[in-house]
Design a protein around this ligand. Structure first.
Ligand SMILES: NC(=O)c1ccc[n+]([C@@H]2O[C@H](COP(=O)([O-])OP(=O)(O)OC[C@H]3O[C@@H](n4cnc5c(N)ncnc54)[C@H](OP(=O)(O)O)[C@@H]3O)[C@@H](O)[C@H]2O)c1
Length: 249
């Protein structure tokens, strides 16, 4: 039997990067996968790549109504949820002196508020013994240039996750943080690095990582599968860094 046979898994931001890699891995392991994201076309393409009856729901994690609608849909269609990977996130790099209120609010509404209310709305439909995985970042514990707001938003969800691990203990729901280091996904292009500067950027980042390279989405998917499955049945409240050792330097 596959690792996630019979499990229902929801991944926010599952139409790209780490979320898509996790969705593909979970589906390959037998899970019924549901992904969300804002871009319809990217959702449809991702659903086709995931295969095995994956479902895509369009919406914005900053909206509480979106989470309520997703929870109602999953409850009506699949009965319950076993795995919730709150993964959607955005990042803008800017020195604190230049950060606008809009930029601050955008990152906190997706990275922190979106995760908080997502878990608040999904927890009631989760089966006892389920797994919640929150995608954090090593930026929450290692100072990275221009990342103050992003780091704050990711630190917030680390604090949420530790509280939830206690609040949900009577139901046996485990809550863990998966903290990537730099991973080769679209988020890097979204940082505004021009294509001609991409190699130099990658080289500079790789030098900050003991393993000497960026991570691959599939490597984060492997760690997410561990946290989602019974392989981590006694792992609760941890912050699992998957960063090639970057936090050590
Ligand atoms: N890649 C890295 O180096 C790295 C490092 C540390 C942490 N992380 C974290 O890993 C997670 C995944 O990032 P990634 O690297 O895979 O980047 P990505 O390829 O840019 O994926 C981000 C995902 O989030 C979704 N998303 C963004 N805003 C959303 C919103 N308001 N509502 C719903 N969905 C939204 C995007 O879909 P739509 O655009 O369609 O909405 C997309 O699916 C994020 O939380 C990120 O902070 C990444």
């Amino acid at each position: 039997m596959k690792t996630l046979t019979g499990k229902v898994a929801l991944i926010t931001g599952g139409n790209s990067g780490i979320g898509l890699a996790a969705a593909r891995r979970f589906a390959a392991e037998g899970a019924q996968v549901i992904i969300t994201g804002r871009r319809r076309k990217a959702i449809d393409e991702a659903v086709a790549r995931i295969g095995t009856g994956a479902l895509g729901i369009q919406g914005d994690v900053a909206s509480i109504e979106h989470h309520e609608a997703v929870a109602a849909h999953i409850h009506a269609t699949f009965g319950a949820l076993d795995i919730y990977m709150a993964n959607a996130g955005i990042n803008t790099i800017n020195h604190s002196a230049q950060v606008s209120p809009e930029e601050y609010d955008a990152q906190f509404s997706v990275n922190a508020r979106g995760v908080f209310f997502g878990v608040q709305k999904m927890a009631p439909i989760m089966r006892d013994g389920g797994s919640i995985i929150v995608t954090g970042s090593i930026a929450a514990e290692k100072v990275l240039d221009g990342h103050a707001v992003y780091a704050g938003s990711k630190a917030a969800i680390g604090a949420f996750a530790r509280s939830w691990a206690i609040e949900l203990k009577s139901r046996g729901i485990r809550v863990n943080v998966l903290s990537p280091g730099p991973v080769d996904t679209q988020i890097l292009a979204k940082l505004g690095i021009p294509p001609e500067g991409r190699d130099a950027f990658e080289q500079a980042v790789a030098e900050e990582i003991p393993l000497g390279r960026l991570g691959r989405p599939g490597e984060l998917a492997d760690a997410a599968l561990f946290l989602a499955s019974d392989a981590s049945s006694f792992v609760n409240g941890v912050n699992l860094r998957v960063d090639g050792g970057m936090a050590l330097l």
